[in-house]
Design a binder for this molecule. Structure first.
Ligand code: GRF
Length: 210
C-alpha cells in the first residue's frame, strides 16, 4: 500500500478528486494526509470528514523559506510518503525540499506548460490570443512550474471566453488528469528518460476538450 500526501492552500477540489478516485478505483494506495499552509483551507474539512489525517504548517510562523520547508518536510515524512502531491499549494519550495522528494513530487499547473508559468494563467492566455489553453501535471523541479511533463489537458479558448469561463473549463479537466497521473505513480506506470515521461503501457498522456 503506497502512501500519498497531498498539500493544499485552499479549496482543495483537486485533492477531493484524488481522494475520490483512490477509493472508487481501489488504488493500491491511500491518501495518508492532507497538509495545508493555511488553517482556513476548505479542503482540510473535506479530508478530516473522511478520516484522513490533516495538519497545518503556517508559513508565517517561520523566519525563512528554509525553516518553513524543513518543518513541512518533517510533518510530511511522518506519513512515509511514496508520492507528494501539490494541489493548489501556493508556496514556492526551496531546492532542498524539492531534492528531498525527487521523483516523488507532482504539481498541477493551470496552463499548457512551458507557456504561462506563475499566476493569472487564464487571463494571460486570453490576452495572448491563444486558441488552446489547459492544464499540466508535471514532476517538480527547483524552477517554478517547470519539470518533466506527465499529462496535459487542452481546451479550446472560444471567442468571448473570460477568465471565469476558462478557469472553470480547465478545472474540470484538472479533476480528470490529476487523479490519473497520481494513479500512474502509485501503480508504477511512469518511465523517465532524460526529462521525458512516458507510460509503461502506452496510455495517452494528452486529452482534448472543446
Ligand atoms: C488549480 O487550478 C490548480 O491548477 C492551481 O490552483 C488551483 C487549485 O484549485 N495550482 P483546488 O484548490 O484544487 O480547487
Amino acid at each position: 500500500m503506497k502512501n500519498i500526501v497531498i498539500l493544499i492552500s485552499g479549496r482543495g477540489s483537486n485533492m477531493e478528486a484524488i481522494v475520490q478516485a483512490c477509493a472508487a478505483e481501489q488504488w493500491p494506495a491511500r491518501v495518508a494526509a492532507v497538509i495545508s499552509n493555511k488553517a482556513e483551507a476548505g479542503g482540510l474539512t473535506f479530508a478530516a470528514e473522511r478520516g484522513i489525517a490533516t495538519a497545518c504548517v503556517n508559513h508565517k510562523d517561520y523566519p525563512s523559506r528554509e525553516a518553513f520547508d524543513a518543518e513541512l518536510a518533517r510533518v510530511i515524512d511522518q506519513f512515509q510518503p511514496d508520492v507528494v502531491v501539490l494541489a493548489g499549494f501556493m508556496r514556492i519550495l526551496t531546492p532542498g525540499f524539492v531534492a528531498h522528494y525527487e521523483n516523488r513530487l507532482l504539481n498541477i499547473h493551470p496552463s499548457l506548460l512551458p507557456a504561462f508559468p506563475g499566476l493569472h494563467t487564464h487571463q494571460r492566455a486570453i490576452n495572448a490570443g491563444c486558441k488552446l489553453a489547459g492544464a499540466t501535471v508535471h514532476f517538480v523541479t527547483a524552477e517554478l512550474d517547470h519539470g518533466p511533463i506527465v499529462l496535459q489537458a487542452a481546451v479550446a479558448v472560444l471567442p468571448g471566453e473570460t477568465e471565469a469561463t476558462l478557469s472553470e473549463k480547465v478545472l474540470r479537466q484538472e479533476h480528470q488528469i490529476y487523479p490519473r497521473a497520481v494513479r500512474w505513480m502509485v501503480t508504477g506506470n511512469l518511465v523517465h528518460d532524460h526529462g521525458r515521461v512516458t507510460t509503461t503501457d502506452g496510455q495517452t498522456q494528452v486529452q482534448f476538450s472543446a
